[in-house]
Design a protein around this ligand. Structure first.
Ligand SMILES: [Cu+2]
Length: 338
């Protein structure tokens, strides 16, 4: 370095200052992007997942989640030890996009679908669990690291990872899940999952996991959904999804889809049962859903309701829906011959 020009020294000094200052301001502003849910074109196959479900960021970074499914989801961060609230009440209440989470108060979006997006700021280092209040088995993990720690991945990695996880879920190798609506429902009936020839699979699903948490595939269809029986026969529906509820609903949809309609009784084996005599009858199964898993250290819970039976007294055509997923194409028909 020959020059003793004072102007050069000042410029060099400023350059050194800038070199120190710049990376910090860039890091502090980073906004990451991730996706919530995903689906097949016919809306039947739903990825019940945060995509990807594990992300490493710096404190003061933010993440914007974009919703990509017609099935509802929430982006929710609860406080440590907080009891998981139902999505209808939030955590309680709902946050607005641009909200901040540092572990001291809970944060949740309302249930959202395709087109919505939600930004969360993370000002405090910590490892935060991400959950969906609609789907028990949909979780993720956000690692918020001090600015001094190097991040393991860039945005391109997370986009690729999210696409991989989505692909793995939607192309699940389970035949019945992949080819819903075809003959493969036969596999489910023939292994005795549902009794006899008058069985209908009311949705099917598969659990999956990454080191960041749980993900699932749910197929929102009745397999063998249009079924022919004779007057006096009983049709049995069974939900084969480990996490997602469905309903069997004939006639008028009740305001509250959770409990069964009053005209439903219980068979000796505990399965709910109803009789339909005319196409103007309304019958609602309530939620067909598995019980929460019994875990070591927690009390045993009652069995879930995964089956539903209806006896058809008279000939006719009886249309039914899943009250939760009919708008996504989950509908069926019972044709009762004399
Ligand atoms: Cu459903």
């Amino acid at each position: 370095m020959k020059s003793k020009n004072p102007r050069f020294v000042v410029v060099a000094f400023l350059a050194v200052l800038a070199a120190f200052a710049m990376p910090q301001t860039v890091q502090a502003e980073q906004n990451w992007k991730a996706t919530v849910g995903g689906q097949s074109k016919d809306l039947a196959n739903q990825a019940i997942a945060f995509l990807p479900n594990e992300i490493w960021i710096h404190e003061f970074d933010s993440i914007t989640w974009t919703f990509a499914a017609d099935e509802i989801h929430t982006v929710t961060f609860l406080k440590a030890s907080q009891v998981v609230p139902p999505f209808a009440v939030g955590c309680p209440g709902f946050s607005s996009t641009g909200a901040t989470f540092d572990g001291s108060t809970c944060l949740t979006t309302p249930p959202l679908v395709t087109g919505a997006s939600f930004k969360v700021n993370f000002p405090k280092a910590g490892n935060y669990k991400l959950v969906c209040l609609v789907h028990n088995q949909m979780t993720g993990l956000i690692h918020v690291l001090p600015a001094s720690v190097t991040l393991p991945h860039d945005q391109a990695f997370y986009e690729e990872q999210g696409e991989k996880e989505l692909h793995n879920l939607l192309t699940d190798t389970d035949k019945a899940a992949r080819h819903h609506g075809h003959e493969d429902w036969n596999d489910m009936l023939s292994v005795g999952v549902l009794s006899g020839k008058n069985g209908v699979v009311a949705g099917i699903g598969e659990m999956a996991a990454t080191p960041g948490g749980f993900q699932a595939l749910s197929v929102l269809r009745f397999l063998n959904g249009t079924i022919e029986v004779h007057a006096g026969d009983t049709v049995e529906w069974g939900n084969l999804d480990p996490a997602l509820p469905h309903t069997i609903t004939f006639g008028v949809e009740p305001a509250n889809p959770i409990p069964p309609s009053p005209n439903v009784f219980k068979d000796p084996d505990g399965v709910l049962h109803a009789t339909v005599s005319s196409s103007s009858d309304s019958v609602h199964s309530g939620f067909l859903v598995g019980a929460p898993q019994d875990r070591i250290g927690s009390p045993q819970v009652p069995a879930g309701t995964m089956r539903f039976r209806i006896t058809f007294a008279h000939a006719g055509t009886y249309k039914y829906i899943c009250a939760l997923h009919d708008t996504l194409g989950m509908v069926g028909k019972v044709i009762v011959l004399p």
